[in-house]
Design a protein around this ligand. Structure first.
Ligand code: DCC
Length: 161
């Protein structure tokens, strides 16, 4: 996978103990290093990547469904962390983001095949936010066409977990 890089990624601001995820952990040497960035107004988050050939599904040049869920998983939890951080009136800096979220539920709708020879874009928005729970909506697009959608319930990790 070739994640598209911009400025500071939300994953790069996670505390030390949360940076090992295979999908998006900066410290996982074998991992995919997916990166999530807030939009300028902070209302949405975006991740973009180009899949490597090895992640093909049963049909050549179509992305494997598990990878689609994986990208939603990592992008959704990062987005939840951002929306909770922003809700406290904070900006994204290189300091640790406030709150770290883990996936409790992930619903994925596979609408059209995801091609593997172009950039894939996933945007997220917040549907509901409380002290420990965030409901995140996501859309995955390629060539301006929505290929998959997801709804995630993410729960803030407690200090003693
Ligand atoms: C240390 C390692 C850190 C590691 C942190 C690193 C994060 C990396 C993230 C990358 C993405 C992943 O792969 S995550 C990995 C896959 N996920 C997991 O392994 C999670 C396994 N599940 C759990 O550990 C637990 O079930 C939690 C933490 C998700 C929730 O348990 P809890 O802390 O007791 O929370 P609880 O009080 O029950 O619920 C809080 C609120 O969430 C709602 N809620 C809870 N579960 C669900 C659910 N399945 N579907 C809908 N809603 C739910 C409740 O109704 C409640 O809403 P209300 O009453 O308040 O309205």
């Amino acid at each position: 996978m070739k994640p598209k890089k911009r400025n500071i990624a939300i994953q790069d601001t996670y505390g030390e103990r949360f940076q090992n995820c295979w999908g998006c952990g900066p410290k996982n040497e074998q991992g995919l290093h997916l990166k999530t960035y807030p939009s300028e107004d902070g209302e949405t988050c975006i991740t973009q990547f180009e899949p490597d050939n090895q992640y093909t599904g049963g049909v050549p040049n179509n992305l494997f469904g598990g990878m689609i869920a994986l990208v939603f998983d990592c992008h959704g939890t990062a987005s939840a962390a951002w929306f909770a951080h922003k809700n406290k009136g904070l900006a994204l800096t290189e300091e640790t983001v406030i709150g770290r979220f883990i996936t409790a539920r992930l619903e994925t709708d596979y609408k059209k095949p995801v091609p593997m020879d172009e950039t894939i874009t996933i945007r997220s928005s917040i549907e509901e936010l409380s002290e420990r729970k965030a409901i995140v909506r996501m859309k995955m697009e390629a060539s301006g066409v929505v290929r998959a959608e997801a709804r995630m319930v993410a729960v803030a990790v407690k200090d003693d977990m």
